[in-house]
Design a protein around this ligand. Structure first.
Ligand code: AMP
Ligand code: GLY
Length: 422
């Protein structure tokens, strides 16, 4: 069948790579894609939130399946648009409905969902400009550090963790005053949880689910997890400390109640749930939901899935996941992100990338790249993810670092300590 992947990052290159392995995948399109996807699929220049352009692309190319990578089109209701549009009704689109996507689109909604379904999470309260004084009083009842979250999508920047109470009160006022525009009209204040984080990925068809491999990402720009937050500088799968006991708790207390909650609330959800979990002592609690796969977690989770990916996506759409076997590669995967110097602050684009063809032991997933004539050039902060598989995560990381050394571009930077805390 003809398949379209929406998005342009390392996550979408990885989706395309998995789909292309299937004999069932005839023509593969990625919109807008990058230089990596251009090498084996057809890139289509369009915006992932331009639903009528997507509709035209799907109709013109007889596309039967669409995989949505990023959250924006989901939060804006792309799945509902497909269901309501005559020419798109039968297209197998993978992604939750608009109501489902609110689990990521609104932190307050996510907290209410967790409370309603008894899913363990940090204690919280939410506030608007009318309740600013109550918010300040609520902060007084907590102990530091204080966690303030903009309710809406804020490009990954909407969570603030602050030590000082008066600074926390000032930030609350600034957020409610429009610091993140409409995204911080409501602010969730929550109890700080002290523990170690991991990401759990679930594929659900709305009735059944499969727990996919776990992953841990490294979000800070600097070694030792210091410095500014990024989209993610590297990842490892599986997470060594996610043993059978912890995974059982996560499945019983978090995964099952989440899927059951979606069912009880009659929310159409056929897609990925990315559950950000923090282990406090021995107990898992939910930090956040995302309604898509993570990036760069996808670059370590998907290469470990051996099941035909078109079959898996189709079973999700047809609600047959209960009878769909899923085979996972027992090896570990590690990915290292090569980024543009300056990222996550200002950086240059258009730098020529060389040496990718010399990488033989790893898979090179493009993130922020594009073609410039015959050259592949940088086109974003996160440029390339280098993924390796090996019998344990240390060997996989080592392999990725050996491959990273073969790639160059002006002001290339990467962390050399991925996995340091495991
Ligand atoms: P989020 O955007 O919800 O993923 O939050 C960004 C990061 O803030 C998380 O990955 C955590 O490291 C941290 N964080 C969020 N909520 C809490 C919390 N209640 N306690 C401790 N850390 C938190
Ligand atoms: N790596 C974190 C995310 O995709 O949100």
């Amino acid at each position: 069948m003809n398949i379209l992947v929406l998005g342009s990052g390392g996550r979408e290159h990885t989706f395309a790579h998995q789909l292309a392995k299937s004999e069932r995948c005839k023509n593969l399109f990625v919109a807008p894609g990058n230089a990596g996807t251009a090498a084996f699929a057809t890139n289509v220049a369009l915006s992932v939130t331009d639903f009528s352009a997507i509709e035209k692309c799907v109709v013109d190319n007889d596309i039967e399946m669409v995989i949505v990578g990023p959250e924006d089109p989901l939060v804006q209701g792309i799945t509902n648009y497909f269901a309501e549009t005559h020419s798109l009704k039968k297209v197998k689109i993978i992604g939750p409905s608009k109501r489902g996507a609110l689990l990521e689109g609104s932190k307050e909604r996510a907290k209410e969902f967790m409370m309603a379904h008894n899913i363990p999470t940090a204690a919280y309260a939410s506030f608007t400009s009318e309740s600013l004084e109550a918010g300040k009083s609520f902060l007084e009842t907590l102990s530091p550090p204080y966690v303030l979250k903009a309710d809406g999508l804020a490009a990954g920047k909407g969570v603030l963790i602050i030590e000082d109470i008066s600074e926390a009160k000032e930030e609350l006022e600034a957020m409610l005053g429009g610091k993140f525009g409409g995204a911080s009209t409501t602010v969730v204040i929550e109890e700080f949880l002290d523990g170690i984080e991991l990401s759990v990925f679930v594929l659900t068809d709305g009735k059944n689910y499969k727990v996919l491999p776990t992953a841990k990402d490294y979000k800070r720009i600097g070694e030792g997890d210091k410095g500014l937050n990024t989209g993610g500088m590297g990842a490892i799968s599986p997470v060594p400390f996610a043993d059978a006991t912890l995974m059982q708790k996560i499945e019983e207390r978090i995964v099952k109640p989440t899927v059951d909650g979606l069912k009880k609330e009659e929310i159409d959800y056929k897609g990925f749930v990315f559950i950000g979990i923090i282990k406090v002592g021995d107990e898992p609690l939910v930090i956040e939901y995302n309604v898509r796969m993570g990036d760069p977690e996808t670059e370590v989770v998907l290469p470990r899935i051996k099941t035909d990916f078109v079959d898996l996506m189709e079973a999700t759409y047809e609600q047959n996941l209960d009878i769909m076997p899923i085979e996972i590669d027992p090896r570990s995967a590690a990915t290292v992100m090569l980024v543009s110097g300056g990222y996550p602050e200002a950086y240059d684009k258009g730098k020529k990338i060389t040496g990718v063809e010399n990488v033989v032991d790893s898979i090179v997933f493009h993130a922020g790249t594009k073609l410039d004539g015959d050259d592949v050039v940088t086109n974003g902060g996160r440029v390339i993810a280098v993924t390796s598989l090996d019998e344990d995560y240390k060997k996989a990381i080592k392999k990725s670092y050996q491959s990273c050394e073969k790639i160059t571009f002006d002001r290339m930077y990467y962390r050399t300590d991925i996995g340091f805390d495991l």
